[in-house]
Design a protein around this ligand. Structure first.
Ligand code: GUN
Length: 289
């Protein structure tokens, strides 16, 4: 794909292939695991029957197999008592063979997400959602980084996408993606704007972006008119369009204006999972020290 810039100059659009990079990362991890005397162990907890969450959890099990990890999966009823879930997390927290604990979100019903995530020991919080790890990220200290924004950073780095002094616009302010994404971009000396549902003039702000990261979950939110020629587009969303096809927040015509873009599927999603494996490996190595 080629884009035409002003004065008729053409540059090629780079497809930021997260699937390929994630496969490379998982191979590297599998090689390192073979040399270890202990297998990294990941426990994944799925509460309720959300079909999308079930697919994500199945993928994580496969990733663990590919990397040579030990994994345990707990499928729990949506009606589970919060105390029972907290007890299970504490039990897993005390186990020597489990280095990472992940509770798949969203949680159903009345379960208190904050209390549950805070029950995971920070040193096993491979999702990077615990307040201790979020706080470390805020302060620029070493800790576990949330997998999706960390995966985006790895993908941008792999393709040598310059961030220093660039205007990065993040659409979405979730704790999982938008907020940590903005902090990681800031750490690389980018100038960051965070947009959200109450933002006025979204279109004007997006048009100013050198790098546009969108993580809202709305088909067609980002149209070609909202994007500058040559911008880098990172589409974190995973939606289904009217034909039932997987797509991000950007209309396909957006990619034609970009200098680089992440495809959906095959862009950010596989990188999220690769970082989860990296975090689990790191949690295991930390225990051995
Ligand atoms: N739900 C959507 N994304 C994630 C994620 O990265 N981790 C967990 N635990 N749940 C999610």
């Amino acid at each position: 794909m080629w884009i035409v810039l002003q004065r008729g100059m053409q540059i090629m659009t780079i497809r930021l292939d997260g699937k390929a990079l994630a496969a490379k990362r998982k191979k590297e991890i599998a090689c390192k695991v073979k040399a270890l005397s202990v297998k990294p162990g990941l426990a994944v907890l799925l509460v309720g029957e959300d079909p999308a969450s079930r697919i994500y959890v199945n993928s994580k099990r496969k990733d663990c197999e590919e990397c040579g990890f030990y994994s345990e999966e707990y499928t729990l009823p949506a009606e589970i008592q919060e105390t029972a879930l907290l007890d299970l997390i504490r039990e897993l927290g005390a186990r020597e063979d489990i280095h990472g604990i992940l509770v798949q979100l969203p949680l159903p019903g009345e379960l208190n997400e904050k209390r549950i995530l805070e029950a995971i020991p920070p040193e096993k919080d491979v999702d990077g959602f615990h307040a201790a790890n979020m706080g470390r990220l805020m302060l620029g200290q070493e800790g576990f980084l949330p997998c999706t924004p960390a995966g985006v950073m790895e993908l941008l780095e792999e393709h040598q996408i310059e961030l220093e002094g660039k205007h990065c616009v993040v659409v979405g302010r979730s704790n999982i993606v938008g907020k940590p994404m903005a902090l990681l971009l800031l750490q690389r000396n980018a100038t960051v704007t965070i947009c959200h549902s109450r933002t006025r003039g979204l279109e004007t702000l997006c048009r100013q972006a050198d790098v546009l990261v969108t993580a809202v979950g709305r088909v067609g939110l980002i149209t070609p008119e909202m994007v500058r020629d040559g911008a880098v587009i990172v589409d974190v969303a995973m939606n289904r369009n009217a034909e039932g096809k997987l797509c991000g927040d950007c209309l396909p015509e957006v990619y034609e204006k970009a200098s680089a873009f992440t495809p959906v599927p095959g862009g950010v999603g596989p990188m999220t999972r690769a970082v989860l494996m990296e975090n689990t490996m790191k949690a295991c190595l930390m225990r051995q020290k």
